[in-house]
Design a protein around this ligand. Structure first.
Ligand code: SAH
Length: 255
């Protein structure tokens, strides 16, 4: 795949929530044939294990508040490799364009004249909805779903008014550490303290946990259960466990 006489291509590939079965076929094909894979920290070892045996794997792992490689350097790396004639598979957790900074990487490539292809992935919200059996837009309970980022930086500046409440589902990425501020912010916006919430940790992975509670109790729910990233917070009526669901699960369990 390396040809110094021509420019390589950058593939921004969504790796989904961590289960290799949830890769798209296109992602799996690119991964198994790529010679250079640049990945971030959210990508599971089981997925990286699918890479070609001769592939070079480069980690640009990012953890909250600890950037091993600044975003500009990641962009520069992708461009440099492509201009040297190498195709690059840039593997990102979930979907590359949902809180993944894929937009910036695609811009950097386009600005340098490097062709980019974007391969969508299953975002954490979709994975968590399916795995926890929470219908993000259940017809009886919500007709709107919003995705927001809950990390510290800029949280107080973000205007979430109207995104959560009756008839709406709010999915919060990167909100574990800021759960107390998130609960306060939403209640200050007028949300009822007894609005239903769920926290889904490690969605679609074997170690997944689904915790349910009420908005006022969200900080305790996170702290008492020692919830760790990656986890999503979902706010809305759709997360409330209903008698019918519980009955169905009981039937399932007794089979
Ligand atoms: N591009 C990714 C999101 C990157 S931001 C996507 O589309 O899913 C990182 C955040 O995504 C994490 O802090 C967490 O809130 C969420 N996340 C990613 N994978 C997750 C998983 N398996 N379970 C729960 N949340 C997850």
């Amino acid at each position: 795949m390396s040809n110094p006489d021509s420019i390589g291509r950058v593939y921004l590939v969504g790796a989904g929530p961590g289960d290799p079965d949830l890769l798209t076929l296109r992602a799996a094909r690119l991964l198994t044939s790529a010679r250079l894979v640049v990945h971030d920290g959210l990508v599971e070892p089981a997925i990286l294990a699918m890479a070609h045996p001769h592939a070079k794997l480069v980690s640009v792992a990012k953890r909250r508040a600890h950037h091993t490689m600044p975003q500009e350097d990641i962009c520069a790396l992708l461009v440099r490799e492509a201009l040297a004639g190498n195709d690059v598979v840039r593997l990102k957790g979930g979907d590359p364009l949902v809180f993944g900074r894929g937009g910036e990487e695609a811009e950097a490539c386009r600005a340098a004249g490097v062709p980019v292809e974007i391969v969508p992935g299953i975002s954490a919200a979709n994975a968590a909805g399916a795995a926890a059996q929470i219908a993000l837009t259940h017809r009886d309970h919500a007709s709107v779903v919003s995705f927001v980022a809950g990390q510290c930086k800029g949280l107080s500046d973000q205007d979430w008014s109207g995104l959560a409440g009756v008839g709406r589902t709010l999915v919060i990425y990167m909100g574990v550490k800021t759960a107390p501020q998130i609960a306060d912010k939403l209640m200050a916006d007028g949300l009822a303290p007894d609005m239903a919430v769920a926290v889904i940790e490690n969605a679609a992975r074997p170690e997944m946990r689904v915790l349910r509670g009420l908005l006022a109790g969200l900080p305790d729910l996170v702290e008492d259960n020692r919830v760790k990233s990656p986890a999503l917070i979902v706010i809305g009526e759709v997360t409330r466990e209903r008698d019918a669901d519980i009955a169905a699960l009981a039937v399932e369990a007794n089979k």
